[in-house]
Design a protein around this ligand. Sequence first.
Ligand SMILES: Cc1cc2nc3c(=O)[nH]c(=O)nc-3n(C[C@H](O)[C@H](O)[C@H](O)COP(=O)(O)O)c2cc1C
Length: 421
Amino acid sequence: MSDFSLFSTFHLGPLELRNRTVMAPLTRSRATPEGIPTALMEAYYAQRAGAGLIVSEGVVVSPQGVAYPRVPGLYNDEQVEAWRRVTRAVHEQGGVIFAQLWHVGRQSHSSVQPDGLPPFAPSPVRIENYRYYRKPDRLPYETPRQLSREGIRKVIDQYAQAAARAMAAGFDGVEIHAANGYLIDQFLNSGSNQRTDEYGGSPANRARFLHQLLDAVATHVPPSRVGVRLSPSSTWMDALDEDKTALHSHVVAALNRHGLAYLHLVEPEIAGSTTAEIAEDAVPTEKLAALFRGPVIVTGEHDLASAEQRLADGVADLVGFGRTFIANPDLPERLRTGSPLNPPEKRTFYAGGAEGYITYPSLAEEDRWAQLRAAIEEGTISAAAHLEQLSSRTPLDLVRSGELHSLHQLRELVATYSTVS
Ligand SMILES: Cc1cc2nc3c(=O)[nH]c(=O)nc-3n(C[C@H](O)[C@H](O)[C@H](O)COP(=O)(O)O)c2cc1C
């Protein structure tokens, strides 16, 4: 295997990563309605600690920054306490985890804003080509309220406070979510930023919000522990700009002055959370990666071969996997050993609950379950008694012992027996 192998170690600033796979940020809607991380989340992230780096799901920096239910936050002490349990569980398994800091801007809706008014954005330009999903409705987006200069200062401070809280919660660093048409991307793109002050106009002015925010975050977190995520080619959620190449070439080159841990680029074939046709004005990942003087992560539609190719070509140092990490908690191990991959089930992406969240098995759990099942079939072990014993333990405890998958398989088995008999 070459030195560029996905399975070689990597020094990310002060951190030693055990391989070059990254678990991409994935919103899974398993927090409480108050945005507090749950015990399910501890188990889920601990299961995936074999990644070189985990980037957490988007974590909102304020109650105004939210669009969807059960998304976690980092704006109060209770959230910090609960995240501490998640980061501890990941560290205990030898993993490294960054918090992705998120504010959705105009992708929010008055129905989830604390004051019941339309959300905040750089300019009062609403999203026309998409709908806001509020179960079971698809509603038109609203014309957002324009952030005043004072409002901008407040939001920047919320990011800085959330970054400080992330470190207090035991995260190894933070990733600033400047992708996918959310607030920072709304400042970057001319379609959503029509300001005439120092935050609008030229690419340099439109990037001012991101730079000021990074400076503010740097007062709490060393830049060697701060990454930035961009989706330069995506037009999802009306992320429209008259010249994406010029804009992002400027942004990436200008990011060099911050001395960041990494730049995280979403590949052109990704629109938000799905694969789509490459946009007409797509910006080649190679072009932007070459402008950045630091580690680069690329994410989007990668498998082992394409990931290794990105490393061998010198385009990326690390490769992110999203949907395949949802379905394969031990993805690096499966890739390394050429084992089959579990397919992701879209139905459970945001469904809440354990199913499709912590129930995908690792290879080791599949083995354990096969042994347990054989013992049940031989009559050495009672399925119902074993289920009762496993049910009394916490999901994290079951992750530690490699028996989480058995619990869910046993539940199905016992339910089937009881309906049959
Ligand atoms: C269920 C789901 C949730 C996602 N949530 C986030 C998120 O919170 N933040 C983010 O930057 N990207 C998010 N994404 C995008 C992924 O990080 C990634 O860019 C995308 O899935 C493409 O990678 P893949 O082809 O390996 O899945 C999400 C994607 C999916 C499928």
